[in-house]
Design a binder for this molecule. Structure first.
Ligand code: AMP
Ligand code: MG
Length: 412
């Protein structure tokens, strides 16, 4: 049995980063960009008005006030998106809307609130220094600036920036197709008749959902009975995927069957067994260079193993640099005892109590108790050699669901 860290290292060194594909910018949301984006022009491209008002020569309205207004001749009206036809000369003004380019000759904008229209003239009640109420060309982005760096994750802001610099499509890392095979004579699919001696293959669905949460694409291979023929036939269909997950049949006793079948189609095993709970009977290797995980069948073991090993693998394939969930320190609200030797990932609920995190387990921790995951928003990490932790001590908690952070307190 190897440690969680060693397992992770051995897995990640076998995981390739997938190549690039071109997608439209909306579809790039959440993906990792594979190119540097340079601005082809200044944004905004021209000096423009930040207010509705009048573009004027500041010298012309120097000293203007309510008591001593200065009148200017209005020579044109400039809506946003229009180009000025004439440059105002001494004593002239241009009516200007927010976003419209500043006409040459004008050097400032006086707000409409500080003026009064009188026929073809405007009375200005306020002197304004040069450069007021204007947005400068290039104040957002300068031509040639790198606005998004290769390797960044595209969020809404980046989608907007891509549009802003004129990019309708962009290169991002591909999303892996993940084949999912569940094995077991006791399994039926959710829409088959559910007899008392059968159980629904919930792993088919949790694993698909976990794959999708990572941004990858599940490929359901269905359920194989515990026969070499069926397992092999289904696994072969999985070879067109980028990564293969097989669920169950990896615990002691059972394992030979899946291992033999895997061996028959070229499985090169890296390791079997990790010093953790749940999730100890994990097998990992490659089939024709494709990363292949034999996940334990118990629903909680399957989910926790996926969290620890498959999620970082899929994120790496998609070009992510940050492969791991946040871990925070929290105050334990109950006593915990365990046997030494394995790292435990207890299903837990973390919450904010004033300015600190507190954590409780979600009750019975059996690896078949899927409800312990339904109730959980986190995994409490109990180190290998720990045997007892008392209420009030600090523990490490891996955050699965950040929804509880709405109180606005930073993670420390
Ligand atoms: P195994 O790894 O085959 O010994 O299975 C361990 C436990 O997990 C057994 O109780 C199985 O019934 C359960 N199990 C196996 N596969 C699935 C599945 N696809 N969905 C839900 N439970 C499963
Ligand atoms: Mg089984």
């Amino acid at each position: 049995m190897i440690s969680v860290e060693e397992a992770l290292n051995r897995i990640l060194t076998r995981i390739p980063v997938l190549g690039l594909e071109k997608v439209d910018i909306i579809s790039s949301l959440g993906r990792v960009i594979g190119e540097d984006i340079l601005a082809p022009r200044d944004i905004p491209p021209l000096d423009n008005s930040a207010m509705d008002g009048y573009a004027v020569r500041s010298a012309d309205i120097k000293g203007a006030s309510r008591e001593n207004p200065i009148s200017l001749m209005v020579i044109e009206e400039l809506p946003a998106g229009a180009l000025p036809q004439r440059a105002p000369t001494k004593g002239e003004a241009v009516r200007i809307m927010t976003g419209a380019p500043i006409p040459p000759g004008a050097d400032t904008v006086v707000m409409v609130e500080d003026t009064e229209k009188a026929g073809q003239q405007v009375r200005v009640f306020q002197g304004v220094p040069p450069g007021e109420n204007m947005r400068r060309a290039g104040e957002d982005v300068k031509k040639g600036d790198r606005v998004i760096s290769k390797g960044s994750v595209i969020r809404a802001a980046e989608v907007g920036m891509l549009a802003s610099v004129g990019r309708a499509s962009v290169y991002v890392h591909q999303r892996p197709v993940v084949a999912i095979l569940c094995t077991g004579d006791e399994l039926v699919d959710v829409d088959e008749g559910i007899a008392d001696h059968k159980i629904v293959s919930s792993n088919s669905y949790t694993l698909s959902a976990q794959v999708m949460e990572c941004g990858a694409l599940p490929l359901q291979l269905g359920i194989a009975k515990d026969t070499p023929e069926e397992i092999e036939e289904k696994l072969r269909q999985g070879l067109r995927a980028d990564l293969i997950l097989s669920s169950a049949g990896v615990s002691v006793g059972d394992y030979d069957l899946v291992k033999d079948v895997l061996g028959g189609i070229g499985f090169q095993m890296e390791f079997w067994g990790v010093a953790m709970r749940p999730g100890q009977p994990l097998a990992f290797g490659t089939i024709r260079k494709k990363p292949t995980f034999g996940l334990p069948g118990n629903p909680v073991s399957s989910m926790v193993s996926f969290e620890q090993f498959v999620r970082p693998s899929l994120l790496k394939m998609m070009g992510h640099k940050n492969l791991f969930r946040p871990v925070v320190k929290a105050i334990l609200k109950e006593n915990i005892i365990k046997k030494p030797g394995r790292r435990h990932f207890m299903r837990a609920r973390v919450s904010l109590e004033e300015d600190r995190y507190v954590v409780t387990t979600t009750g019975p921790q059996g690896s078949g108790i899927l409800n312990s995951m339904v109730e959980a928003n986190s995994l409490l990490i109990v180190p290998e050699e720990e045997t007892e932790i008392k209420a009030g001590e600090k523990v490490q908690v891996l955050i699965l669901d950040r929804g509880f952070e709405s109180a606005g307190v930073e993670i420390t």
